[in-house]
Design a protein around this ligand. Structure first.
Ligand SMILES: Nc1ncnc2c1ncn2[C@@H]1O[C@H](COP(=O)(O)OP(=O)(O)OP(=O)(O)O)[C@@H](O)[C@H]1O
Ligand SMILES: [Mg+2]
Length: 236
């Protein structure tokens, strides 16, 4: 069983949206049985799952104290993929989740605030040697800042090649427990999730752990603003 954590300190970056969508897509792509865990006291993912009519993915109720043991149990039960949603914070709980994960997904909106906030989550993952992948979420088509965000993030880790754009179906589909794929399988949003899962799958299929093993760690790593310099101040 592979374990994916979705985390970012920034609220509203898309953690819950990604956890639900990737779980449904992984199941559809044959990577299941997939189970979800919600470690966020806000409970958005579990509320979404409660609204869901489809039987998959599964939802596992657990606590952070029992997570390690429950991961072992789920693996023995034949679960192939576990996706864990986390609260918008940097806490010991989140460190524990990342420690137990094979891959950390960090969603980030292409805004200066979001980009600056990824630093703490990146450092946490690096300290625990958990490979990470950034996913740009909520991008506006043709906006210059999306390209800038991609460049800034790629200096600090791997950026998923599929960017998720800002579209109402991402929010609307989750109201009644579904996903964009289940609303309209041929939508652009669905296509982005399909491509994102294909990419994430290649990442978790890699046997090695850690930046060094993947030879992806950048040689130079400016720590202060995670490489993101707004154009105005770059010119100043
Ligand atoms: N690509 C998108 N297009 C449109 N709406 C989106 C998109 N991604 C997320 N949203 C909406 O933005 C809001 C925040 O997303 P989400 O709940 O997934 O973020 P989060 O990181 O889990 O938030 P929190 O930090 O509070 O847990 C939700 O209302 C969601 O439906
Ligand atoms: Mg959330």
């Amino acid at each position: 069983m592979k374990v994916i954590a979705v985390a970012s300190q920034k609220g509203g970056s898309g953690k819950t949206t990604l956890a639900g969508h990737l779980a449904v897509q992984a199941e559809a792509a044959g990577a299941g049985p997939v189970a979800l865990v919600d470690t966020d006291p806000q409970g958005s993912l579990s509320e979404w799952w409660n609204e869901r009519e489809a039987e998959t993915p599964l939802f596992a109720r657990t606590t952070i104290d029992k997570l390690q043991e429950d991961i072992r149990r789920m693996s023995q039960m034949g679960i192939k993929l576990l996706i864990i949603d986390t609260p918008p914070a940097i806490t010991e709980t989140i460190a524990n989740v990342i420690r137990l994960s094979d891959l950390l997904i960090i969603p980030t909106r292409p805004s200066p605030h979001d980009l600056r906030a990824v630093g703490a989550t990146v450092e946490l993952a690096e300290g625990l040697s958990t490979p990470l992948v950034f996913v740009v979420n909520g991008a506006t088509p043709r906006a210059k800042i999306t390209g800038e965000a991609a460049i800034a993030l790629s200096q600090h880790g791997t950026l998923a090649p599929s960017i998720l754009h800002q579209r109402v179906d991402f929010a609307a589909s989750m109201i009644d427990g579904r996903t964009v794929m289940e609303l309209n399988a041929s939508s652009r949003s669905a296509d982005e999730i399909v491509k994102l899962w294909d990419y994430v799958q290649t990442r978790i299929d890699r046997p090695t752990r850690g930046w060094h093993a993947n030879n992806e760690r950048p040689a130079q790593k400016p720590r202060q603003n995670y490489g993101y310099t707004p154009r105005e101040s770059a010119q100043a």
